[in-house]
Design a protein around this ligand. Structure first.
Ligand code: PHE
Length: 338
């Protein structure tokens, strides 16, 4: 009889329980009321009296062994199932990667900040703009060839709407909605139907400045641009070249004197020493009138610059397309030091 207990014990020990079905079969076979261990308990009566003690002890050990084995197997299978669903919960967590400030945003913030310090506020306008705010109020007469200066994406559903070609549309809105003095800066995305190359892109960013008050003069414009050149580029010298924009008269292109000390300066300034940074001018009386401001009382200046160009210069970025490709290797470089 004792031998049967020993046999059963080695069978129990040899059984491996690798899934729930096996565990259940094991339970039925050994631990249930009709299982092999209970059968041996029933056979207890037939065991000769002198062997009862040893038999009973061996049988109880076997029962404990089988029960523990079954219980442990179930626990292990249970936690393995959790791991299967959720991964190994004891593994260290995945560190959250920190993002970087996009170079366009970094430059925009820096420029906005420079103008905020001298009393400019920030205004924004819609990216889908109507003809009035993008062109007509800005003194682009209908059919006027100046509209061709800016290759426009029109909205098919409504030919009166277009993706704004410049942030100058926001100056019109600022004047329509406020009375002078107006001192505002408007950063934003603009759109032009241009052939995409390493230097130009259909979507880019501008920042527009507008100051309207009594007695605002071209000298005030020059002064504020010199302040900007000093604060942003750390350069003291600028020059203004006559230019044309429908919405300003007179108009100028602004160059910052960069210097020509080394090879990079040559590259940046195409050998001239001057860096072209923006367009500007005195707001045309027609624009003031169209926007609800009396040009007999008020005058003002406006300027506008492309953020991409400035960012490319600041960070030595060779291709404008890098800004929109979302290549992590590019963006990661702006994690620190901005
Ligand atoms: N809107 C002009 C452009 O897109 C820039 C500009 C703004 C020029 C304000 C003069 C005054 O090129």
């Amino acid at each position: 009889m004792l031998e049967r207990v020993e046999n059963l014990k080695s069978q129990v020990e040899a059984t491996s329980l690798t899934n729930k079905e096996e565990a259940e079969i094991f339970r039925l076979q050994y631990l249930s009321k009709k299982g092999a261990i209970q059968e041996l308990f029933k056979a207890f009566r037939e065991v000769p009296a002198d062997q009862k003690k040893a038999f009973g002890a061996a049988l109880n050990t076997l029962k404990d062994l089988a029960e523990v084995k079954h219980k442990e197997a179930l626990e292990e299978l249970e936690s393995a199932a959790v791991v299967g669903e959720n991964g190994d919960l004891t593994r260290p967590g995945q560190p959250q990667e920190l993002g970087a400030i996009h170079p366009i945003n970094a430059i925009k913030d820096e420029i906005v900040d420079i103008f905020k310090r001298i009393g400019f506020n920030v205004s924004e306008g819609p990216e889908v703009e109507d003809d009035w705010h993008n062109f007509t109020a800005l003194n682009f007469p209908e059919e006027h060839p100046a509209r061709d200066m800016q290759d426009t994406f029109f909205v098919q559903r409504n030919p009166d709407w277009a993706l704004r070609t410049h942030t100058s549309s926001v100056q019109v809105r600022a004047m329509e909605n406020n009375q002078p003095p107006i001192r505002t800066i408007s950063p934003g995305r603009v759109f032009r139907n241009e052939a995409i190359s390493s230097r130009s892109h259909c979507i880019f960013h501008q920042i527009e400045g507008l100051y309207i008050d009594k007695d605002v003069s071209f000298a005030d414009l020059k002064q504020v641009l010199m302040y900007f050149a000093k604060e942003f580029f750390g350069k003291a010298k600028i020059r203004m070249r006559p230019s044309y924009f429908p919405f300003t008269e007179p108009s100028a292109e602004v160059d910052v004197y960069w210097g020509l000390e080394n090879e990079i300066d040559y590259k940046i300034t195409k050998g001239t020493g001057w860096l072209e940074v923006m367009g500007c001018g005195m707001v045309d009386p027609n624009v003031l009138r169209a926007s609800g401001i009396d040009p007999e009382i008020y005058t003002g200046y406006a300027f506008g610059m492309g953020i991409e160009r400035i960012a490319m210069n600041r960070y030595q970025i060779p291709d404008i397309r890098l800004f929109t490709e979302n290549d992590k290797r590019f963006l990661e470089q702006f994690k620190t030091g901005l």
